[in-house]
Write a protein that binds this ligand. Structure first.
Ligand code: NAI
Ligand code: MG
Length: 358
């Protein structure tokens, strides 16, 4: 029998990024050994804030080119208190997303079996969303500058970039996602009342693309009102598309509403498949709990499952998600979910579940 081999670049990064990446590798290894027809070859890249402080850079000069030889990238988290956050973000994760054309960020959120939403009366089926985040331009395009920095007249600009190409492709991806889900429902998030150029173009192109998808039901929300709807009527939402900044914020809210920021996964996708895609939990390096062995690895496992699915191993990916949910349903939870298990307990339990179920 032939065995498919996938080369995975692992960038654990900082803080709990290291703990949860190790846990995810353990689970992926167990998954491949158990299912059998595929295997992973992991290569660890020590591109971190620690390395930055020693060497003066996060990734080597050929780093982006180097990543292209892998089938996928698994990422932990980057950022540490003694390095300014814009240095770490722009030194590592944003260049990867940009250079590898990962223009979509997919963020599913759901109340997993056995987990309680902080919302009263919000059961497992009442919150089941996929947030599609524009991942290449918008408010995080990096355009802008600072002048008169050393005077009392300092000027700084942060220019949002919205392009027709960028907007069309993210909406098409969002419509395809909505279409693939049972409810075929897409909510578009905007702020075109106040932002009258970029966001107006965003709205206009949405109306155009809507015509290509007559079978998808659509509606439109201003981002501020969207936060209210997410809290008060979670059942009314399914697939959500929003700009880079808006979706960044809304997906943290979504994660909290589904139980914890430690659960939520994300996929940075190049839908053309010309470049490897990158998979990471949405949380950061959590310096407050780093090194204690108590980080919730569920978001990391779910991200790993999304990677497995993206690599074409649909059944194994779904299987892993089932195993994760069996563990949460059994009550094995870390502190952020109100439990007392640590990272290792949850990791071992998921590995055992893989052995038993798959
Ligand atoms: P954070 O997500 O690291 O932590 C926020 C809170 O959630 C903390 O109280 C933390 O303990 C808790 N938390 C996060 N993940 C958890 C997990 N898996 N299990 C249990 N509790 C968890 O966000 P924060 O504190 O704003 O940022 C810390 C650093 O991470 C900063 O340097 C920031 O720039 C960076 N960051 C990096 C990201 C990335 O690499 N993609 C994303 C977000 C933040
Ligand atoms: Mg974020």
């Amino acid at each position: 029998s032939t065995q498919q081999l996938f080369k995975i670049a692992c960038i654990p990064g900082d803080g709990i990024g290291v703990d949860i990446t190790n846990a995810a590798i353990q689970v992926l290894q167990k998954l491949s050994e158990t299912v059998g027809h595929f295997a992973f070859k992991f290569e660890n890249l020590d591109w971190s804030s620690e390395a930055y402080k020693e060497r003066g850079y996060y990734m080597p000069e050929d780093g982006l080119e180097y990543l292209k030889k892998f089938d996928a990238i698994y990422f932990g988290a980057v950022g540490w208190p003694d390095v300014p956050d814009h240095i770490s973000l722009w030194g590592l994760i944003l260049p990867i997303r940009n250079a590898l054309n990962q223009y979509v960020n997919v963020r599913p959120t759901r109340v997993l079996r056995g987990i309680n939403s902080p919302l009263k009366n919000c059961g497992t089926r009442d919150l089941d969303w996929v947030i599609i985040r524009e991942n290449s331009e918008g408010e995080y395009a990096g355009h802008g500058g600072t002048t008169h920095a050393h005077s009392s007249n300092t000027v700084a600009t942060e220019v949002s970039i919205f392009t027709r190409v960028g907007i069309e492709r993210i909406f098409r991806f969002a419509f395809e996602t909505a279409k693939s889900r049972p409810r075929k429902k897409l909510t578009m998030v905007t702020k075109s009342n106040a932002q009258r150029h970029g966001m107006v173009l965003w709205d206009k192109i949405f109306t155009e693309i809507t015509k290509e998808y007559p079978d998808v039901e659509t509606d439109k929300m201003l981002v501020d009102a969207m936060t209210v709807r997410m809290v008060l009527q979670p059942q009314s939402l399914d697939t959500i598309v929003a700009t880079n900044l808006h979706a960044d914020i809304l997906s943290d809210l979504a994660a909290a509403l589904s139980g914890s920021i430690g659960i939520a996964p994300s996929s940075n996708l190049d839908p053309t498949r010309e470049n490897p895609s990158m998979f990471e939990p949405i949380h950061g390096s959590a310096p407050d709990i780093a090194g204690k062995g108590i980080a919730n690895p569920i978001g990391a496992f779910w991200s790993a499952a999304e990677m497995v699915r993206w690599l074409g191993l649909e059944e194994a990916g779904e299987g892993l998600i089932t195993c994760i949910e069996n563990v949460t349903e059994a009550g094995m939870k870390t502190k952020d979910l109100g439990g007392s298990s640590n990272t290792k307990d949850v990791t071992d339990a998921v590995c055992k579940e893989i052995e038993n179920v798959l």
